[in-house]
Design a protein around this ligand. Structure first.
Ligand SMILES: C[S@@+](CC[C@H](N)C(=O)[O-])C[C@H]1O[C@@H](n2cnc3c(N)ncnc32)[C@H](O)[C@@H]1O
Length: 423
């Protein structure tokens, strides 16, 4: 049979073949099939590259198919009213509705409203809209149950933190982005952002977080949840650098949060030692959460990277998901503060998004890196950088620094930028 030239048919065929590849792989590994219901596959991790590619093409073909099946006008109506879906999820998060739905059964709206202490009619209109985004299901009229995603809200505090931060701090900031630009233009200041307008503060985002222990804790959970997603996974990021090069060396994980990246490297390279640096409260949390067997190799310390680096002569100074939070002048300060502690041959390893030429990355990953770029714009007037912008900000920081390689593992959103100190 001649292959169809109709785009709808091509996409449908691509969906069908990619879905078969993915489903057969899961079956061959005795893994559960993905399902909207509780009890399906929990998530994707460690997929071989060809299976990962099939999953990505499935996601992208489905999106284009939905676009074509909607037509441009209906597509725009649906797209521009999707904020309602966020509003519904935010209400569910805010009033902790998911906590009162059993994981292995159903609850009536009446009972749920009573348990959550909320108005039944409001609850029903919110949940029935959320159901259309696969948050909860109504298996029989008047009774609701968890889906695999709302079950995660209940079971996984890090995912809950990620959702909360995105739909509160993230969403509110996003609504003020145009106004912030109108007021300050393409500013290089981290105190002239959409975030400051949305939250009516003069503080930089991280200083604001420092004053709010619950928000700071939630930020740590959000980063941890990201670190377990295939595209942002710390385990995949380990592969951006040949760690065996440093033998029994020392890594300083600057702005390392709760230490997820150091932990992932430490598990694979048992001879490397780590110092994870962050704000004192975050460092304290990291130390408390660090497992017993890694404590002799990973230490946590409070350090503000706008001061000179106290740990001298380490092999690697790692900055993962740190520099994209800062406009160029601040990045230059952070790098200069690091150089003061480096010895010849020491490296800075930056792990961050590197903006691709349009179309050079798979669209699923390109969307993720461009979304991150805009998010960093909303919170910090910072963002991801393209290779040229990275090289220029590094050279402006200190001409003795040489960019040796930029390496991305396919499937990852971020790349490793290896910079050597050659005085
Ligand atoms: C986006 S998070 C990345 C955390 C970690 N590197 C990771 O990838 O999971 C940025 C981190 O930088 C820390 N940070 C922000 N400003 C800092 C400063 N002035 N000194 C030290 N750490 C800071 C934040 O507390 C946060 O943990």
């Amino acid at each position: 049979m001649a292959s169809s030239t109709r785009r709808l048919d091509q996409l449908a065929a691509s969906v069908s073949s990619s879905a078969a590849i993915l489903g057969e792989y899961l079956e061959s590994r005795n893994l559960p099939q993905p399902s909207v219901n509780v009890g399906g596959l929990a998530g994707y991790s460690g997929l071989p590259p060809d299976i990962s590619t099939a999953r990505r093409s499935l996601q992208e073909s489905v999106l284009e198919l939905a676009y074509l099946a909607s037509g441009p006008q209906e597509y725009m109506i649906r797209y521009t009213t999707e904020y309602v879906g966020i509003t519904a999820l935010r209400w569910i998060y805010h009033f902790r509705i998911f906590e009162h739905v059993p994981l292995d059964g159903v609850v009536s709206y009446k009972e749920l409203a009573k348990l959550a202490g909320q108005d039944e009619r409001t609850l029903k209109r919110i949940v029935r809209r959320a159901i259309l985004n696969r948050f909860f299901i109504e298996p029989r009229p008047g009774y609701i149950a968890h889906t695999s995603s709302t079950a995660l809200l209940l079971k996984d505090s890090d995912v809950r933190d990620m959702v909360g931060l995105m739909i509160e701090e993230g969403f509110d900031s996003s609504t003020r982005y145009s106004e912030a630009y109108e007021k300050w233009g393409p500013s290089n200041s981290a105190t002239e952002t959409a975030f400051q307008l949305a939250f009516q503060t003069d503080l930089k985002y991280f200083d604001w977080l420092e004053q709010r222990p619950e928000n700071l804790r939630r930020f740590g959970g959000m980063m941890k949840a990201h670190g377990t997603n295939e595209s942002y996974s710390s385990e995949n990021f380990v592969k951006v650098f040949n760690w065996s090069l440093i033998g029994e060396g020392k890594v300083v994980d600057i702005g390392g949060g709760l230490g997820h990246m150091s932990i992932a490297i430490a598990k694979e390279f048992p001879n490397i030692k780590f110092v994870v640096q962050d704000f004192p409260d975050t460092a304290k949390q990291g130390a408390e959460r660090c497992s017993e067997e890694l404590r002799d190799r990973i230490s946590f310390e409070g350090y503000d990277f706008f001061n000179p680096q106290p740990v001298e002569g380490a092999d690697i100074y790692m900055l993962k998901a740190v520099l994209h939070d800062h406009p160029d002048p601040d990045v230059e300060k952070i790098i200069r503060n690091t150089v003061t502690a480096m010895r010849p041959g020491s490296r800075i390893l930056i792990i961050d998004g590197v903006l691709p030429e349009p179309g050079a990355m798979h669209p699923v990953e390109e969307r993720a890196v461009r979304s991150l770029d805009l998010q960093m714009g909303m919170f910090f007037n910072a963002g991801e950088r393209d290779p040229e912008q990275w090289c220029s900000v590094i050279a402006n920081s200190d001409p003795r620094l040489k960019v040796k390689s930029i390496n991305r593992v396919p499937g990852n959103v971020s790349s490793g930028i290896e910079v050597v100190f050659e005085p």
